[in-house]
Design a binder for this molecule. Structure first.
Ligand code: ADE
Length: 253
């Protein structure tokens, strides 16, 4: 997959994704990342990329032409058609379903705004979709772009060391993840649940499913489509609720 990022801070994006899974995805050529700085396409001695907004008010608005030229240069660098995604708090919320959809594309161009935003005419003419990473305002789209790149990179075939771990993630099955434990078994902070050391894979899978259902019910009931749950899942969730009513979430069996 190829991702181009239109940004005033290409080095920042490159640094953000240089480590861990995203870094490795780059090294393994599962993902190629290219930055395009609108300032390189701006005119005049000052290479202006922004101007005061018509109608007055605070802040600056990014000019059409430097962005448009940077987008054109990015498009021209590869013949594959690219989807243009603008990162903005006005966008549709980023979900794992959206990440999966983007991850299947051959090419995506991420457009990062700064200041108060981008001239609306550029958005209307060039942008295919607007995406927000949450209901808060960042000072620019770069961190949001890095979030998208990370989430998309780890879904590329071969990016994760254990192919299983992406499928078991929070949200992949529409549920939050179950808790995880490692050595030591006994610690002053507590003991690892016995079932996880039982070697009984069916029981372990059952326990994990119950925890995932229970956590989703407790923490993100908005994600839990109870009527759509299987009979077995209903039973697990009822078990969790019964235990929860007895001892709260402080139980391990
Ligand atoms: N740019 C500024 N805030 C943002 C947000 N919440 N999501 C995506 N892009 C942004």
């Amino acid at each position: 997959m190829r991702i181009d990022v239109i940004t005033l801070f290409p080095d920042f994006i490159a640094q953000c994704v240089a480590f861990g899974v995203t870094g490795r995805a780059g090294e393994r050529q599962l993902l190629s990342l290219h930055g395009w700085n609108p300032r390189d396409y701006a005119e005049g001695n000052y290479r202006r990329v922004d101007e005061r907004p018509f109608g007055g008010g605070p802040g600056m608005v990014m000019l059409i032409d430097p962005l448009r030229a940077a987008i054109a240069a990015a498009r021209a660098a590869d013949p594959a058609p690219a989807r243009i995604v603008y990162l903005t708090p006005q966008g549709a919320p980023l979900t794992q379903a959206k990440v999966r959809e983007l991850a299947t594309r051959e090419r995506v161009i991420l457009l990062c705004g700064r200041y108060e935003g981008v001239d609306e005419r550029l958005i209307e003419a060039e942008v295919d979709e607007e995406v927000s990473i949450g209901d808060y305002v960042l000072s620019g789209g770069e961190l949001a772009a890095a979030v998208v790149i990370d989430a998309v990179a780890r879904l590329q075939e071969g990016a994760l060391s254990d192919a299983e771990s992406a499928a078991q993630d929070s949200f992949e099955g529409g549920l939050l993840d179950c808790p995880h434990y490692t050595r030591p078994v006994e610690h002053e902070l507590g003991r690892v649940p016995d079932v996880l050391m039982s070697g009984n894979h069916a029981e372990i899978a059952r326990w994990r499913r119950r925890e995932a259902l229970g956590r989703t019910w407790q923490r993100r009931p908005d994600l839990l489509d109870e009527p759509a749950l299987s009979k077995a899942d209903h039973q697990l969730l009822n078990e969790y609720r019964a235990r929860f009513a007895e001892v709260g979430d402080d139980f391990d069996g």
